[in-house]
Ligand binder design. Structure first.
Ligand code: SF4
Length: 289
């Protein structure tokens, strides 16, 4: 039997002029957003504010995670004009802070690291003064990918740990395992100690509270600066089912637990790794979180 959705878990409507303007800019260049592809519940709120998270390297992923709505299959070759298209869209939206993510491209020799770097460089050239946050796949743990990307100087380097260690085996498909992700986050900080790092996870997938606290400890030990925690919402009945709706009190406990350990945690039902990213970056830089 389907779980009853709590009344407080309500996304904002998409029906407003800002939303349609964002839609038009994105569609006119044929670029993808994770907001649409992964059915993000915040799309109404973000797009009305003309904020979107761009999904580069196509909309077909080479992995299949049980919680994700992005299609799996054989992706087509890279669009070499994509860096310009993304940079132009960001210019038209008037963004001062851009978030870029991608599908996983295990089919490419460098897993798409150079394309990521080209997109960041194009955004910065077209939009002077802009800050860029990236949310990348694990690049199969390849440190060279980190080096290639960091040459283009993103302000925030994110990689999502997604779910607790035990559930990685069940819900995620290898090679996207827990330790690859954790070590990837550690490697970014080891190679670039001044880089702001970020990760995100979903709860309500089948974890216990203790297991979430353990993951927070792991993330703290990886020296990650920001962690987001949000409620899992299965995109369809074919996806991994929701185990429970986490209470607002429990989200608050995770935030407090992290902050006692010196890691900034943004924790609430509708939080996603790119949600309010610009505000979180500003607050972190000004010491207000
Ligand atoms: S939270 Fe991120 S992915 Fe979701 S709609 Fe907002 S910008 Fe898009």
């Amino acid at each position: 039997m389907a779980l009853e959705k709590p009344k407080w878990l309500k996304a904002r409507s998409t029906c407003c002029p800002g939303y349609y303007e964002t839609l038009k800019i994105v569609k006119s260049r044929g670029i993808h957003t994770v907001c649409e592809e992964d059915c993000c519940p915040n799309i109404g709120e973000c797009w009305r504010n003309k904020t979107a998270t761009f999904l580069i390297m196509g909309n077909i992923c080479t992995r299949k995670c049980g919680f994700c709505n992005i299609k799996t299959g054989c992706p087509s070759s890279l669009d070499l004009d994509e860096p310009r298209k993304v940079a132009d869209s960001i210019f038209e939206l008037g963004l001062k802070y851009a978030v870029i993510t991608s599908v996983t491209r295990d089919d490419l020799e460098d897993n798409g690291a150079q394309h990521f770097a080209s997109v960041i460089t194009a955004i910065k050239n077209k939009n002077p003064g802009i800050k860029v946050e990236i949310l990348t796949p694990d690049f199969q743990g390849n440190q060279d990918a980190i080096k290639i990307i960091c040459k283009s100087k993103p302000e925030v380097f994110g990689h999502n740990i997604e779910i607790i260690r035990r559930l990685h085996e069940i819900v995620k498909r290898k090679p996207g395992d827990y330790d690859v992700s954790l070590n990837f986050l550690k490697d970014i900080k080891k190679l670039y100690p001044n880089m702001i790092t970020k990760t995100g996870m979903l709860v309500g997938v089948g974890e216990s509270k203790e297991e979430v606290l353990e993951i927070i400890d792991d993330i703290k030990n990886a020296d990650v600066n920001i962690m987001t925690i949000g409620q899992y919402m299965a995109p369809s009945t074919a996806h991994y089912p929701i185990a429970r709706y986490v209470s607002l009190e429990e989200f608050a406990e995770y935030k407090e637990y992290g902050e006692r350990r010196g890691i900034k945690i943004i924790s609430a039902p509708l939080v996603r790794s790119s949600y309010d990213a610009a505000k979180i970056f500003d607050a972190l830089c000004s010491g207000n979180i």
